[in-house]
Design a binder for this molecule. Structure first.
Ligand code: GSH
Length: 212
């Protein structure tokens, strides 16, 4: 398999974690989201993903390239079911998907590179914007998760929710969001980061990582 990725992309980070959890080897194809005006805008990449975003994953069947982290991760979970990323019951699966979706559609799009570029054009402080929406989102995530959180965001087993949480907390730290008010989130993050699939997927561990 081949993963189009950028070391600091939280969305590609989710797929890297999943590939690690499933024990799947892959080729890493860097797409620099800043350099040259953003390599995601090159025709060879927009042919892969018309929305010009990483991740994209070329899978090893039917010469297909998948886009959208949720679709990619659910595909990997269905095709390589061990360890499962979703719980047994339909109700629990809905809860775990809601936790992941809160990050996927409720936080990350508001702190995306293209969003920041537009804010800058309008003279808006994108860092304050990022802190505001990440804080609001994580506050909601803590409330939604707390009752059923354990060692991980859903009970005591790694799930899709942790795959979305850890990269989002990486971004929160990057933009200086205080995390003291989110004990369920930080506990799950700490336990997940102790696992090789998470530490090996970390931005700083990627071949295209840059000094910060
Ligand atoms: N919903 C998409 C979002 C993908 C996305 O926003 N990717 C970001 C990096 S995390 C990106 O490539 N941004 C490029 C840009 O905004 O120009 C997914 O989960 O895959």
């Amino acid at each position: 398999m081949k993963l189009w990725s950028y070391w600091r992309s939280s969305c590609a980070y989710r797929v890297r974690i999943t590939l690690g959890l499933k024990g799947l080897p892959y080729e890493y194809q860097p797409v620099h989201l800043i350099r040259d005006g953003g390599q995601q805008h090159r025709p060879e990449f927009s042919a892969v993903n018309p929305l010009r975003q990483v991740p994209a994953l070329e899978v090893d069947e039917a010469n297909v390239t998948l886009v959208q982290s949720m679709a990619i991760i659910e595909y990997l979970d269905e095709r390589y079911p061990k360890p499962p990323l979703l719980p047994q019951s339909a109700l629990d699966r809905a809860h775990v998907r809601a936790l992941a979706e809160l990050v996927n559609s409720g936080i990350q799009p508001l702190q995306n590179t293209s969003t920041f570029n537009e804010l800058k054009k309008h003279g808006i402080d994108h860092e304050a914007w990022a802190r505001l929406f990440i804080t609001q989102g994580l506050t909601a995530l803590e409330q939604l998760a707390a009752a059923r959180a354990g060692a991980f965001l859903f009970e005591d087993t790694v799930s899709l929710a942790d795959v979305y949480l850890v990269p989002q907390l990486y971004n929160a730290r990057r933009w200086g969001v205080p995390l003291d008010a989110f004990p369920s989130l930080t506990r799950a993050d700490q336990n997940a980061q102790a696992l090789p699939a998470f530490s090996e997927a970390a931005p700083e561990a990627q071949v295209d990582a840059e000094p910060t």
